[in-house]
Design a protein around this ligand. Structure first.
Ligand code: PLP
Length: 413
Protein backbone atom coordinates (compact mmCIF):
# COMPACT_ATOMS: atom_id res chain seq x y z
CA UNK A 1 0.00 0.00 0.00
CA UNK A 2 1.42 3.43 -0.94
CA UNK A 3 0.09 5.05 2.20
CA UNK A 4 2.31 6.73 4.75
CA UNK A 5 2.79 4.57 7.82
CA UNK A 6 3.51 7.40 10.26
CA UNK A 7 0.50 8.83 12.02
CA UNK A 8 -0.18 12.46 11.09
CA UNK A 9 0.20 13.79 14.59
CA UNK A 10 -0.28 17.37 13.53
CA UNK A 11 -3.89 16.67 12.59
CA UNK A 12 -4.83 13.73 14.81
CA UNK A 13 -3.51 15.29 17.99
CA UNK A 14 -5.85 18.17 17.30
CA UNK A 15 -8.77 15.79 16.75
CA UNK A 16 -7.92 14.18 20.10
CA UNK A 17 -7.94 17.62 21.67
CA UNK A 18 -11.36 18.31 20.15
CA UNK A 19 -12.73 15.03 21.55
CA UNK A 20 -11.47 16.18 24.93
CA UNK A 21 -13.02 19.64 24.50
CA UNK A 22 -16.39 18.16 23.57
CA UNK A 23 -16.24 15.76 26.53
CA UNK A 24 -15.09 18.15 29.19
CA UNK A 25 -17.10 21.32 28.61
CA UNK A 26 -20.77 22.22 28.30
CA UNK A 27 -21.79 22.35 24.63
CA UNK A 28 -24.81 24.65 24.53
CA UNK A 29 -24.75 25.89 20.94
CA UNK A 30 -28.34 25.45 19.78
CA UNK A 31 -27.40 24.26 16.28
CA UNK A 32 -25.02 21.54 17.51
CA UNK A 33 -25.44 18.02 18.83
CA UNK A 34 -23.42 14.84 19.42
CA UNK A 35 -23.76 12.16 16.74
CA UNK A 36 -23.77 8.49 17.63
CA UNK A 37 -20.69 6.33 17.03
CA UNK A 38 -22.68 4.61 14.25
CA UNK A 39 -23.23 7.91 12.44
CA UNK A 40 -19.55 8.77 12.82
CA UNK A 41 -18.56 5.33 11.50
CA UNK A 42 -20.75 5.68 8.39
CA UNK A 43 -19.52 9.23 7.79
CA UNK A 44 -15.89 8.13 8.09
CA UNK A 45 -16.30 5.22 5.66
CA UNK A 46 -14.94 4.33 2.19
CA UNK A 47 -18.11 5.78 0.68
CA UNK A 48 -16.14 9.02 0.56
CA UNK A 49 -14.26 7.46 -2.39
CA UNK A 50 -17.25 7.07 -4.67
CA UNK A 51 -18.49 9.39 -7.39
CA UNK A 52 -22.23 9.04 -7.92
CA UNK A 53 -23.53 12.07 -9.79
CA UNK A 54 -27.21 11.59 -10.47
CA UNK A 55 -29.76 9.61 -8.47
CA UNK A 56 -30.26 5.90 -7.67
CA UNK A 57 -30.76 3.99 -10.92
CA UNK A 58 -29.74 7.04 -13.00
CA UNK A 59 -26.05 7.67 -12.33
CA UNK A 60 -23.45 9.12 -14.63
CA UNK A 61 -20.67 6.78 -13.43
CA UNK A 62 -20.52 3.03 -12.97
CA UNK A 63 -20.02 1.11 -9.77
CA UNK A 64 -22.97 2.54 -7.91
CA UNK A 65 -24.84 -0.68 -7.06
CA UNK A 66 -24.06 -0.34 -3.36
CA UNK A 67 -24.39 3.41 -3.19
CA UNK A 68 -27.80 3.22 -4.89
CA UNK A 69 -29.05 0.96 -2.11
CA UNK A 70 -27.68 3.27 0.56
CA UNK A 71 -29.24 6.39 -0.93
CA UNK A 72 -32.55 4.55 -1.40
CA UNK A 73 -32.54 3.52 2.26
CA UNK A 74 -31.88 7.12 3.28
CA UNK A 75 -34.71 8.41 1.08
CA UNK A 76 -37.19 5.72 2.18
CA UNK A 77 -36.40 6.19 5.86
CA UNK A 78 -36.75 9.96 5.82
CA UNK A 79 -39.98 9.82 3.80
CA UNK A 80 -41.45 7.39 6.33
CA UNK A 81 -40.16 9.44 9.27
CA UNK A 82 -41.90 12.64 8.15
CA UNK A 83 -44.69 11.24 5.98
CA UNK A 84 -43.37 12.92 2.83
CA UNK A 85 -44.03 12.02 -0.79
CA UNK A 86 -40.53 12.83 -2.00
CA UNK A 87 -37.08 13.23 -0.49
CA UNK A 88 -33.74 14.51 -1.75
CA UNK A 89 -30.94 13.61 0.66
CA UNK A 90 -28.08 15.09 -1.38
CA UNK A 91 -27.86 18.73 -0.20
CA UNK A 92 -24.42 19.28 1.34
CA UNK A 93 -25.92 21.65 3.92
CA UNK A 94 -29.07 23.44 5.01
CA UNK A 95 -28.11 26.47 2.95
CA UNK A 96 -27.72 24.31 -0.16
CA UNK A 97 -31.10 22.71 0.50
CA UNK A 98 -32.73 26.15 0.52
CA UNK A 99 -30.80 27.22 -2.54
CA UNK A 100 -32.04 24.12 -4.35
CA UNK A 101 -35.64 24.90 -3.43
CA UNK A 102 -35.38 28.47 -4.68
CA UNK A 103 -33.75 27.29 -7.89
CA UNK A 104 -36.55 24.75 -8.37
CA UNK A 105 -39.52 26.99 -7.58
CA UNK A 106 -38.50 30.57 -8.39
CA UNK A 107 -37.13 32.79 -11.13
CA UNK A 108 -34.61 35.53 -10.37
CA UNK A 109 -36.45 38.61 -9.12
CA UNK A 110 -39.47 36.72 -7.79
CA UNK A 111 -41.01 37.96 -4.55
CA UNK A 112 -40.64 35.82 -1.42
CA UNK A 113 -41.66 36.37 2.20
CA UNK A 114 -39.25 35.40 4.99
CA UNK A 115 -38.62 36.07 8.67
CA UNK A 116 -36.19 38.95 9.08
CA UNK A 117 -32.70 38.04 10.20
CA UNK A 118 -32.77 40.29 13.26
CA UNK A 119 -35.98 38.62 14.45
CA UNK A 120 -34.52 35.12 14.19
CA UNK A 121 -34.61 34.31 10.47
CA UNK A 122 -31.73 32.65 8.62
CA UNK A 123 -29.28 34.26 6.19
CA UNK A 124 -30.85 32.20 3.39
CA UNK A 125 -34.24 33.80 4.10
CA UNK A 126 -33.36 36.94 2.19
CA UNK A 127 -30.42 38.58 3.91
CA UNK A 128 -28.83 41.17 1.61
CA UNK A 129 -25.38 39.61 2.16
CA UNK A 130 -26.67 36.18 1.08
CA UNK A 131 -27.40 34.90 -2.44
CA UNK A 132 -31.09 34.74 -1.49
CA UNK A 133 -31.34 38.47 -0.87
CA UNK A 134 -29.30 39.27 -3.94
CA UNK A 135 -31.19 37.11 -6.44
CA UNK A 136 -34.77 37.23 -5.15
CA UNK A 137 -37.02 40.03 -3.96
CA UNK A 138 -37.42 39.11 -0.27
CA UNK A 139 -39.91 40.95 1.90
CA UNK A 140 -39.48 40.41 5.65
CA UNK A 141 -42.06 39.76 8.32
CA UNK A 142 -41.13 39.86 11.99
CA UNK A 143 -42.22 39.25 15.56
CA UNK A 144 -44.92 41.15 17.40
CA UNK A 145 -43.72 43.89 19.71
CA UNK A 146 -45.88 42.58 22.54
CA UNK A 147 -45.25 38.87 23.01
CA UNK A 148 -42.34 38.45 20.56
CA UNK A 149 -44.07 35.67 18.62
CA UNK A 150 -44.28 35.41 14.81
CA UNK A 151 -46.60 38.20 13.70
CA UNK A 152 -49.06 36.23 11.55
CA UNK A 153 -51.22 39.34 11.00
CA UNK A 154 -48.22 41.07 9.47
CA UNK A 155 -47.35 37.96 7.44
CA UNK A 156 -50.90 37.96 6.05
CA UNK A 157 -50.92 41.70 5.30
CA UNK A 158 -47.57 41.47 3.50
CA UNK A 159 -48.66 38.35 1.61
CA UNK A 160 -51.84 40.00 0.36
CA UNK A 161 -49.98 43.20 -0.52
CA UNK A 162 -46.91 41.72 -2.26
CA UNK A 163 -48.39 38.47 -3.63
CA UNK A 164 -45.18 36.45 -3.10
CA UNK A 165 -44.64 33.27 -5.07
CA UNK A 166 -43.28 31.62 -1.91
CA UNK A 167 -43.59 32.11 1.84
CA UNK A 168 -40.63 30.85 3.86
CA UNK A 169 -41.37 29.85 7.45
CA UNK A 170 -38.77 28.68 9.94
CA UNK A 171 -36.05 30.29 11.99
CA UNK A 172 -32.58 29.97 13.36
CA UNK A 173 -33.14 31.80 16.64
CA UNK A 174 -36.80 31.55 17.63
CA UNK A 175 -37.79 29.74 20.82
CA UNK A 176 -41.45 29.02 20.03
CA UNK A 177 -43.50 26.61 17.93
CA UNK A 178 -44.25 27.92 14.43
CA UNK A 179 -47.75 26.77 13.51
CA UNK A 180 -47.45 25.34 9.97
CA UNK A 181 -51.21 25.35 9.46
CA UNK A 182 -51.37 29.13 9.94
CA UNK A 183 -48.66 29.61 7.33
CA UNK A 184 -50.57 27.39 4.87
CA UNK A 185 -53.81 29.31 5.41
CA UNK A 186 -52.12 32.63 4.65
CA UNK A 187 -50.28 31.19 1.64
CA UNK A 188 -53.53 29.82 0.21
CA UNK A 189 -55.20 33.19 0.60
CA UNK A 190 -52.32 34.89 -1.23
CA UNK A 191 -51.77 32.17 -3.83
CA UNK A 192 -48.24 31.41 -2.59
CA UNK A 193 -46.29 28.20 -2.08
CA UNK A 194 -44.86 27.30 1.35
CA UNK A 195 -41.28 26.38 2.21
CA UNK A 196 -41.00 25.36 5.86
CA UNK A 197 -37.33 25.48 6.87
CA UNK A 198 -37.17 23.10 9.81
CA UNK A 199 -33.36 23.19 10.08
CA UNK A 200 -33.32 23.53 13.84
CA UNK A 201 -36.41 21.58 14.84
CA UNK A 202 -36.32 18.55 12.51
CA UNK A 203 -35.46 16.30 15.46
CA UNK A 204 -38.32 17.70 17.53
CA UNK A 205 -40.71 17.01 14.64
CA UNK A 206 -39.33 13.51 14.07
CA UNK A 207 -39.67 12.82 17.78
CA UNK A 208 -43.25 14.07 17.91
CA UNK A 209 -42.53 17.07 20.15
CA UNK A 210 -43.47 19.65 17.48
CA UNK A 211 -46.18 19.71 14.77
CA UNK A 212 -45.14 18.18 11.45
CA UNK A 213 -45.08 20.86 8.71
CA UNK A 214 -45.05 18.31 5.86
CA UNK A 215 -48.86 18.11 5.41
CA UNK A 216 -49.06 21.92 5.23
CA UNK A 217 -46.05 22.69 3.05
CA UNK A 218 -45.05 22.34 -0.57
CA UNK A 219 -41.49 21.82 0.54
CA UNK A 220 -39.75 21.23 3.87
CA UNK A 221 -36.00 21.63 4.23
CA UNK A 222 -33.81 20.83 7.20
CA UNK A 223 -30.29 20.22 8.33
CA UNK A 224 -29.47 16.73 9.51
CA UNK A 225 -26.96 17.82 12.17
CA UNK A 226 -28.98 19.93 14.61
CA UNK A 227 -31.73 18.37 16.75
CA UNK A 228 -32.02 15.45 14.32
CA UNK A 229 -28.55 14.36 15.51
CA UNK A 230 -27.15 13.16 12.21
CA UNK A 231 -24.07 14.09 10.19
CA UNK A 232 -23.51 17.60 8.86
CA UNK A 233 -25.79 18.01 5.85
CA UNK A 234 -29.16 18.99 4.42
CA UNK A 235 -32.34 17.35 3.20
CA UNK A 236 -35.38 18.38 1.16
CA UNK A 237 -38.86 16.87 1.45
CA UNK A 238 -41.54 17.81 -1.04
CA UNK A 239 -44.85 16.87 -2.55
CA UNK A 240 -44.69 14.59 -5.60
CA UNK A 241 -45.59 17.61 -7.71
CA UNK A 242 -42.25 19.32 -7.06
CA UNK A 243 -40.08 16.17 -6.96
CA UNK A 244 -38.58 16.39 -10.45
CA UNK A 245 -37.86 20.12 -10.20
CA UNK A 246 -36.18 19.74 -6.79
CA UNK A 247 -33.98 16.86 -7.91
CA UNK A 248 -32.96 18.73 -11.05
CA UNK A 249 -32.14 21.84 -9.02
CA UNK A 250 -29.81 19.99 -6.61
CA UNK A 251 -28.13 18.05 -9.41
CA UNK A 252 -27.17 19.24 -12.00
CA UNK A 253 -28.51 22.63 -10.91
CA UNK A 254 -26.15 23.49 -8.11
CA UNK A 255 -24.13 20.56 -6.79
CA UNK A 256 -21.82 18.01 -8.35
CA UNK A 257 -21.22 14.57 -6.86
CA UNK A 258 -23.18 13.80 -3.70
CA UNK A 259 -21.34 13.00 -0.45
CA UNK A 260 -22.39 9.37 -0.16
CA UNK A 261 -20.54 8.91 3.15
CA UNK A 262 -22.67 11.73 4.55
CA UNK A 263 -25.78 10.18 2.98
CA UNK A 264 -24.98 6.87 4.71
CA UNK A 265 -24.64 8.82 7.97
CA UNK A 266 -28.00 10.44 7.26
CA UNK A 267 -29.56 7.01 6.67
CA UNK A 268 -28.24 5.80 10.04
CA UNK A 269 -29.50 8.95 11.77
CA UNK A 270 -32.96 8.63 10.16
CA UNK A 271 -33.05 5.06 11.44
CA UNK A 272 -32.13 6.20 14.94
CA UNK A 273 -34.73 8.97 14.84
CA UNK A 274 -37.46 6.47 13.98
CA UNK A 275 -36.82 4.40 17.13
CA UNK A 276 -39.25 4.83 20.05
CA UNK A 277 -36.41 6.14 22.29
CA UNK A 278 -36.02 9.13 20.02
CA UNK A 279 -39.46 10.33 21.12
CA UNK A 280 -38.18 10.36 24.71
CA UNK A 281 -35.11 12.21 23.52
CA UNK A 282 -37.15 14.93 21.76
CA UNK A 283 -39.39 15.34 24.81
CA UNK A 284 -36.28 15.49 26.99
CA UNK A 285 -34.76 18.30 24.91
CA UNK A 286 -37.90 20.40 25.32
CA UNK A 287 -38.22 19.65 29.05
CA UNK A 288 -34.59 20.58 29.58
CA UNK A 289 -34.95 23.85 27.66
CA UNK A 290 -37.99 24.76 29.76
CA UNK A 291 -36.13 23.94 32.97
CA UNK A 292 -33.11 25.96 31.90
CA UNK A 293 -35.36 28.90 30.96
CA UNK A 294 -37.05 28.84 34.34
CA UNK A 295 -33.77 28.64 36.23
CA UNK A 296 -32.21 31.47 34.21
CA UNK A 297 -35.27 33.64 34.78
CA UNK A 298 -34.78 32.95 38.47
CA UNK A 299 -31.24 34.35 38.14
CA UNK A 300 -32.59 37.61 36.69
CA UNK A 301 -32.30 36.97 32.95
CA UNK A 302 -35.15 38.05 30.67
CA UNK A 303 -36.01 35.50 27.99
CA UNK A 304 -37.14 36.62 24.56
CA UNK A 305 -40.86 35.76 24.28
CA UNK A 306 -40.83 34.93 28.00
CA UNK A 307 -39.65 31.33 27.62
CA UNK A 308 -39.36 28.48 25.15
CA UNK A 309 -41.25 25.56 23.73
CA UNK A 310 -38.45 24.11 21.66
CA UNK A 311 -34.77 23.28 22.18
CA UNK A 312 -33.45 26.81 22.51
CA UNK A 313 -33.64 29.99 24.53
CA UNK A 314 -32.74 33.50 23.58
CA UNK A 315 -31.49 35.37 26.60
CA UNK A 316 -31.67 39.16 26.84
CA UNK A 317 -28.64 39.99 29.00
CA UNK A 318 -29.64 43.58 29.69
CA UNK A 319 -32.03 42.66 32.49
CA UNK A 320 -29.17 40.85 34.25
CA UNK A 321 -26.59 43.56 33.65
CA UNK A 322 -27.13 46.65 31.48
CA UNK A 323 -23.43 46.75 30.45
CA UNK A 324 -23.01 43.08 29.59
CA UNK A 325 -22.86 42.33 25.84
CA UNK A 326 -23.37 39.01 24.11
CA UNK A 327 -19.82 39.19 22.84
CA UNK A 328 -18.35 39.53 26.32
CA UNK A 329 -20.68 36.88 27.76
CA UNK A 330 -19.68 34.38 25.05
CA UNK A 331 -15.98 35.01 25.69
CA UNK A 332 -16.07 34.75 29.48
CA UNK A 333 -18.36 31.70 29.45
CA UNK A 334 -15.95 30.04 27.04
CA UNK A 335 -13.21 30.53 29.64
CA UNK A 336 -15.44 28.72 32.13
CA UNK A 337 -15.91 25.76 29.77
CA UNK A 338 -19.42 26.81 28.73
CA UNK A 339 -19.78 27.07 24.95
CA UNK A 340 -22.67 29.06 23.50
CA UNK A 341 -23.07 31.90 21.03
CA UNK A 342 -23.82 35.57 21.17
CA UNK A 343 -27.03 36.42 19.35
CA UNK A 344 -28.99 39.53 18.54
CA UNK A 345 -32.30 39.84 20.32
CA UNK A 346 -35.31 41.37 18.52
CA UNK A 347 -34.67 45.08 17.89
CA UNK A 348 -31.21 44.79 19.42
CA UNK A 349 -29.58 48.21 19.86
CA UNK A 350 -26.15 46.61 19.51
CA UNK A 351 -24.54 45.32 16.29
CA UNK A 352 -24.59 41.61 15.30
CA UNK A 353 -20.90 41.43 16.26
CA UNK A 354 -21.59 42.66 19.77
CA UNK A 355 -25.28 41.89 20.51
CA UNK A 356 -27.30 42.09 23.73
CA UNK A 357 -28.12 38.41 23.91
CA UNK A 358 -26.96 34.83 23.85
CA UNK A 359 -28.61 31.75 22.35
CA UNK A 360 -28.59 28.53 24.33
CA UNK A 361 -29.65 25.06 23.19
CA UNK A 362 -30.25 21.80 25.04
CA UNK A 363 -29.99 19.19 22.24
CA UNK A 364 -26.38 18.26 23.09
CA UNK A 365 -26.62 18.09 26.86
CA UNK A 366 -29.82 16.02 26.51
CA UNK A 367 -27.98 13.55 24.27
CA UNK A 368 -25.37 13.33 27.04
CA UNK A 369 -28.09 12.22 29.43
CA UNK A 370 -28.49 15.35 31.51
CA UNK A 371 -31.91 16.06 32.99
CA UNK A 372 -33.89 18.98 34.34
CA UNK A 373 -32.03 19.11 37.67
CA UNK A 374 -28.77 19.51 35.77
CA UNK A 375 -30.28 22.47 33.91
CA UNK A 376 -30.69 24.31 37.21
CA UNK A 377 -27.03 23.61 37.92
CA UNK A 378 -26.04 24.95 34.49
CA UNK A 379 -28.09 28.13 35.00
CA UNK A 380 -26.19 28.62 38.25
CA UNK A 381 -22.84 28.19 36.45
CA UNK A 382 -23.84 30.77 33.83
CA UNK A 383 -25.01 33.33 36.40
CA UNK A 384 -21.92 32.82 38.58
CA UNK A 385 -19.58 33.29 35.63
CA UNK A 386 -21.27 36.41 34.33
CA UNK A 387 -21.57 37.94 37.79
CA UNK A 388 -17.87 37.35 38.47
CA UNK A 389 -16.63 38.04 34.98
CA UNK A 390 -13.70 40.15 36.15
CA UNK A 391 -12.62 37.57 38.73
CA UNK A 392 -10.30 34.95 37.16
CA UNK A 393 -10.31 32.78 40.32
CA UNK A 394 -14.10 32.46 40.31
CA UNK A 395 -14.13 31.72 36.56
CA UNK A 396 -11.57 28.97 37.17
CA UNK A 397 -13.74 27.62 39.99
CA UNK A 398 -16.76 27.45 37.68
CA UNK A 399 -14.65 25.72 35.04
CA UNK A 400 -13.71 23.11 37.61
CA UNK A 401 -17.37 22.57 38.54
CA UNK A 402 -18.33 22.34 34.85
CA UNK A 403 -15.68 19.65 34.40
CA UNK A 404 -17.05 17.72 37.38
CA UNK A 405 -20.60 17.81 35.97
CA UNK A 406 -19.49 16.81 32.45
CA UNK A 407 -17.39 13.94 33.82
CA UNK A 408 -20.64 12.39 35.04
CA UNK A 409 -21.98 12.41 31.46
CA UNK A 410 -19.11 11.41 29.14
CA UNK A 411 -20.01 11.61 25.46
CA UNK A 412 -17.15 9.85 23.68
CA UNK A 413 -14.64 7.46 25.20
C1 PLP B 1 -28.75 26.21 10.28
C2 PLP B 1 -29.80 26.73 9.36
C3 PLP B 1 -29.64 26.69 7.97
C4 PLP B 1 -28.34 26.38 7.28
O1 PLP B 1 -27.75 25.21 7.54
P1 PLP B 1 -26.19 25.00 7.16
O2 PLP B 1 -26.02 23.53 7.18
O3 PLP B 1 -25.39 25.75 8.17
O4 PLP B 1 -26.00 25.56 5.79
C5 PLP B 1 -30.72 27.07 7.18
N1 PLP B 1 -31.86 27.49 7.72
C6 PLP B 1 -32.02 27.58 9.06
C7 PLP B 1 -33.33 28.06 9.59
C8 PLP B 1 -31.00 27.22 9.92
O5 PLP B 1 -31.15 27.34 11.24
Amino acid sequence: MPWPTARDHEVFDLIDREVDRQNSGLQLIASENFTSPAVIEATGSVLTNKYSEGYPGKRYYGGNVVVDDIEDIARDRVKALFGAEHANVQPHSGANANMGVYLALLEAGDTVLGLSLDHGGHLTHGSPVNFSGRIYNFVSYGLTGSDQRIDFDQMRDLALEHKPKLIVAGATAYPRIIDPEKVRTIADEAGAMVLFDAAHIAGLIAGGAHPNPVPYSDVVTFTTHKTLRGPRGGCILSTAEHAAAIDKAIFPGLQGGPLEHAIAGKAVAFGEASQPEFRDYAAGIVANAAALAEALAGEGFRLVSGGTDNHLLLVDLRSFDEDLTGKEAQAVLDEAGITLNKNTIPDDPRSPFVTSGVRIGTAGVTTQGMGTEDMATIAGFIARTLRSRTDPAEIAAVKHDVGTLCAKFPVYS
